[in-house]
Design a protein around this ligand. Structure first.
Ligand SMILES: NC(=O)c1ccc[n+]([C@@H]2O[C@H](COP(=O)([O-])OP(=O)(O)OC[C@H]3O[C@@H](n4cnc5c(N)ncnc54)[C@H](OP(=O)(O)O)[C@@H]3O)[C@@H](O)[C@H]2O)c1
Length: 265
């Protein structure tokens, strides 16, 4: 049976990877964005306008949906409004529409690392669990583009100040999407095992690989970050080494993205 599936956050890192995979898995996808493209890109994909902050388009977006894959987020914006209140709004609408499974994408370590964004993700997880809508929650480790953005931000500086001892387990967003799609069914699974990348690396190691791939020579210096957030990233709270789902390493992803960026110049 074809599932009618609303995908929030359809335009960016994970959503872009989920769109084709959901379609390949037989879903009729309703892809949501605050600024949807003017036209749909073919069979089994329809774009809808949805703003989780003010509720624009919400009722019609969830209408007749069997599954909601909820990947919208605002890590650099008002995450309380989008991730907490927006998720609550989405859950209420999904409950009214009789959705079979709301699949919420979260992050490994949100319960241990006291970043305000992570606190909002945790509050959203709790709202999902408290809702009357059947649900699935899957946590993932950082996607490769997140690490790239972190390093791009310092790449023009003469010296790169970085939290060198933080440990991450970055994953290819496509491989994370492959795992997440498996749970996008009309049967809710509750909390499922986390999805992590193939290797655990310190930020110093990730930065060295990036520096080599970009043929740069800048020194990497330790940015001392005191407090419990730093302790969390150092101690491994953001990791799930027993769940190495992805196989594409940071070095491989970076090499491929270098080739792609040269081709598109
Ligand atoms: N990035 C990571 O390293 C990482 C790691 C683990 C888990 N995750 C989780 O994976 C999910 C997807 O993350 P991502 O990195 O793909 O996110 P992203 O690249 O930051 O994209 C955010 C998406 O949210 C949508 N959005 C933002 N504000 C919205 C609003 N008010 N109403 C409706 N939609 C809104 C955006 O769509 P428009 O701008 O088109 O409206 C965009 O498609 C999130 O739950 C995130 O917490 C991310």
């Amino acid at each position: 049976m074809t599932n009618r599936t609303l995908l929030t956050g359809a335009t960016r890192t994970l959503g872009r990877a989920l769109r084709p995979r959901l379609r390949e898995a037989g879903h009729a996808v309703r892809a949501a964005s605050r600024s949807p493209p003017p036209e749909s890109d073919g069979g089994n994909l329809e774009w809808v306008e949805l703003d989780l902050v003010d509720g624009t388009g919400l009722r019609s977006a969830v209408e007749d949906a069997d599954v909601v894959v909820h990947a919208a987020t605002a890590p650099r914006g008002d995450s309380e409004a989008v991730d907490v209140r927006g998720t609550e709004r989405l859950l209420a609408a999904a409950a009214d529409a009789g959705v079979d499974n709301v699949l919420y994408v979260s992050i490994v370590g949100v319960d241990e690392i006291l970043l305000s964004y992570y606190e909002h993700k945790l509050a959203a997880e709790r709202a999902v669990e408290a809702s009357t809508v059947p649900s699935t929650i899957v946590r993932a480790t950082q996607f490769h583009p997140f690490v790239r953005d972190l390093l791009d931000a310092v790449s023009r500086l003469p010296v790169w100040p970085l939290p060198t001892e933080f440990r991450l387990q970055p994953i290819d967003a496509g491989e994370a999407a492959d795992a997440i799609v498996e749970y996008a069914t009309a049967d809710p699974s509750g909390r499922v095992p986390a999805v992590g990348g193939p290797e655990v690396r310190t930020v110093r190691e990730l930065a060295r690989t990036y520096r080599e791939a970009r043929d740069l020579r800048r020194p990497i210096v330790r940015l001392p970050i005191p407090g419990s957030i730093a302790d969390g990233f150092r101690s491994g709270a953001a990791l799930c080494p027993e769940r190495t789902v992805g196989t594409r390493t940071w070095a491989e992803w970076l090499a491929d993205s270098e080739v792609e960026s040269v081709r598109s110049r």
